[in-house]
Design a protein around this ligand. Structure first.
Ligand code: SAM
Length: 229
């Protein structure tokens, strides 16, 4: 069955829509979208031959070749304006790669109204890119699965200029900051403990800048966690 993180991504898709899943690997997301009645047409984009072939095989054995095009290429390069893609999903990667994919081609594809990103790390570079391209962050979540922490961001195209995020909003997420749920607090309490351990181990006389930077980060997280809104 499909992983929770991909299920949560699919939860943000409403109705029967045209989805490009970039970095599809096994094409599980699009196959599940079809099963849920959410897929009118899909593009599975892959830049690496192995996962590209895996996607082709998975789509064939699911009997979905009429509905899903598997395309080899870098990021959103595989999507054409005439595909009229409405929703882009980019999952299971680090934020640098996701932000890079959004940066390169999103502005060429006016039909795209919804972007859902699932980062394996933090997401501030993704937030920067979305806001710069006038996509408004509508929802965010932090979840844990199989010992990993994931962040998911759902953003929607806004035809007005999207307001800039404050430094805390970009780092911690505008929605996550408001909610500060259990997973949020747990994640950042763990990060504080981790960073404090590092600070204790560093020889401050040799690495003063590093200690200053880590202490700043620790203080910022403490401020965020302790602030009752
Ligand atoms: N999206 C799937 C998931 O979440 O389970 C697969 C995640 S897998 C770890 C990341 C995939 O992204 C790999 O198959 C990799 O080949 C692909 N990928 C990396 N960079 C890419 C790019 N620039 N364009 C398209 N695919 C890319």
């Amino acid at each position: 069955n499909i992983q929770q993180r991909l299920q949560r991504v699919l939860d943000y898709i409403n109705g029967n829509t045209r989805i490009a899943d970039i970095g599809s690997d096994h094409a599980k997301l699009l196959i599940k979208a079809h099963e849920l009645g959410k897929l009118e047409f899909g593009i599975a984009g892959e830049v690496v031959n192995g996962p590209f072939n895996a996607s082709v095989e998975a789509i064939q054995s699911a009997g979905l070749s009429h509905k899903v095009d598997v395309r080899l290429g870098d990021g959103l390069m595989v999507v054409n304006p005439s595909d009229e893609i409405d929703t882009v999903t980019i999952c299971g990667m680090g934020q640098e790669l996701i932000a890079h994919i959004l940066h390169k081609q999103l502005d060429r594809l006016n039909s795209i109204q919804h972007v859902i990103c699932q980062s394996n790390t933090f997401s501030y570079l993704i937030r920067d890119e979305l806001v710069a391209q006038n996509f408004e962050i509508m929802d965010e979540l932090i979840m844990r699965e199989n010992g990993h922490t994931y962040e998911i961001i759902y953003a929607k195209r806004n035809h007005e200029e999207v307001p800039k995020l404050s430094e805390k909003e970009r780092q911690f997420g505008p929605v996550l900051l408001k909610e500060k749920g259990e997973m949020f607090n747990l994640r950042y309490q763990n990060e504080i403990q981790h960073l404090e351990r590092i600070v204790h181990q560093i020889d401050e006389s040799k690495h003063r800048d590093k200690v200053v930077a880590l202490t700043e980060r620790i203080n910022m997280i403490k401020e965020v966690i302790d602030d009752e809104n």
